[in-house]
Design a binder for this molecule. Structure first.
Ligand code: AMP
Length: 464
């Protein structure tokens, strides 16, 4: 076990680490901190929950201490480290950790993300901050409003880089990177090293040291994975029954679209389950409140979309339900990674409808395991749901933006400098993965269903 004391961290950083109660370094910390301290670029394969925030922020803060000063002049506190993340929650989480690590130093940090009033963020930026944590879109807003200047940035961290590309932030990232000095240290962290991530790294990192702490796409052996064959109309009922049967105290329930997320949460709430929804249409304040309530145990079910849940620092959830099979197989690994952490046993239950065969095949390929579909027998076999009142079915005319991705994936250039990489990957608009927009399609009734499930008329069980 490597101890933090071997790192010779400055006493004011070592004190903060000791207060956090960390006894030894996690594998990503043991590997990355010494490299970042030398100023080399890093390409790190590590997921949230591995301690990667400290792995990059402690060495950054250590190196920035040379600039530490007590001056009140904003000019003495230019942005020297920029940390970019895909979602507001992640940005908030990382910023909170950075603040804790830097609390005995005079280095200032701030966070900017969308969905919040720009004014308080602007006031903080204008006072000067050495470490700026941001989501790409809002940072560009501040750059364009000239609230922040990035020409003294020495370190940039692209955290959850795969996710940033997945949700279409590539053009924004390119624009932000074009504002930074070429001479800098760049750290890129990603759950997986896809070809796109490698291309991003080739374009923006210089001779990076590759650090890989867990095999990409690895699912924890402590997680029991079950796949339940169910029709769309019976999913909610199956969920309620499985929660009861497995005596699940708390769970994440993943849904592919914002609309589905809101509807399911409302419906479960009506069933008397303490439920919160977490998706991109919720205000920042609502999202943070839901999270806190879940962390305090006041909420039993957090129904969420991938974008909203990615990287949240909630560990040891007893169970994860995939109410929908994700469009992106890697999300399956991220989702079930929320349970069975730190050696605890976890339960991951996925609902599979007939139309999910292709998506399930992608998951099987990724986790290198053949799945076994279990039928479900309902305890209470009364007719369920309400008879369809003629309300439209989900998918028939659902807005195509119902999937939880940022609405704006590129923005007008307004005369800002642009890099012109030769690779067409960087010049073509981002294409969502195949099927990513089609999540709301009403699946056909399964032609091969378990013997326990009787074919029946379509009912709008979810849409009371
Ligand atoms: P991260 O992967 O950076 O989001 O970190 C996940 C959680 O692990 C956070 O709550 C950290 O406070 C915690 N953590 C980070 N490093 C350590 C460590 N060396 N020992 C124990 N906990 C840690």
């Amino acid at each position: 076990m490597s101890s933090f004391s071997n790192l010779n961290l400055a006493p004011n950083l070592a004190r903060a680490v000791a207060e956090m109660g960390y006894e030894s370094m996690t594998p990503i910390q043991a590997q990355a901190i010494p490299v970042v301290l030398t100023g080399q670029d890093v390409m790190g394969a590590a997921q949230t929950g591995t301690g990667k925030t400290a792995a990059f922020s402690l060495p950054l803060l250590q190196r920035l201490l040379q600039h530490e000063n007590a001056s009140t002049s904003p000019a003495r506190h230019p942005v020297r480290a920029l940390v970019l993340l895909p979602t507001r929650e992640l940005a908030d989480q990382v910023a909170q950790q950075v603040k804790l690590y830097a609390k005995y130093t005079q280095l200032r940090s701030a966070v900017v993300f969308g969905g919040m009033d720009m004014k308080p963020q602007t006031a903080e930026l204008k006072k000067g901050v050495e470490v700026l944590v941001a989501t790409p879109g809002r940072l560009l807003d501040h750059i364009e409003a000239r609230n922040v200047v990035l020409n003294q940035v020495e370190y940039v961290v692209l955290d959850e880089a795969d996710r940033m590309l997945d949700i279409g932030f590539l053009p924004d990232l390119q624009r932000i990177l074009s504002h930074l000095p070429k001479q800098r240290t760049t750290l890129l962290f990603s759950a997986t090293f896809s070809p796109e991530i490698r291309r991003l790294a080739n374009s923006y990192l210089q001779n990076p040291i590759t650090i890989e702490v867990a095999r990409p796409n690895e699912t924890a052996s402590t997680v029991t994975q079950r796949f339940i064959s169910v029709s769309d109309d019976d999913k909610r009922r199956a969920l309620v029954q499985l929660l009861k049967q497995n005596e699940v105290s708390q769970a994440f329930v993943f849904v592919n679209s914002k609309l589905g997320c809101a509807r399911l949460a409302r419906s479960l709430e009506r069933d008397g389950l303490k439920t919160s929804a977490l998706h991109g249409d919720k205000s920042q304040d609502e999202r943070l409140k839901s999270l806190d309530a879940f962390k305090r145990g006041e909420v039993q079910l957090l129904v969420c979309t991938d974008v909203a849940a990615r990287g949240l620092d909630i560990k040891d959830v007893p169970a994860v339900f995939n109410f929908d099979i994700p469009f992106n197989a890697e999300d399956y690994v991220h989702r079930i990674g929320r349970t069975g952490r730190a050696g605890a046993s976890g339960l991951a239950i996925s609902f599979v409808t007939h139309s999910d065969q292709r998506l399930l095949g992608d998951v099987e390929k990724l986790i290198k395991k053949k799945t076994e579909l279990e039928p479900i027998e309902f305890e209470d076999d009364r007719p369920r749901g309400r008879i369809n009142t003629g309300r439209r079915h989900w998918g028939e005319d659902e807005p195509r933006d119902a999937i939880d991705v940022p609405q704006r994936v590129s923005r007008p250039t307004r005369g800002t400098p642009r890099q012109a990489p030769l690779d067409p990957f960087f010049t073509q608009p981002y294409q969502a993965p195949e099927g990513a927009q089609a999540e709301s399609a009403e699946p056909a009734m399964p032609t091969r269903v378990s013997g326990n499930i009787k074919p029946k008329k379509k009912m709008a069980a979810l849409f009371k």
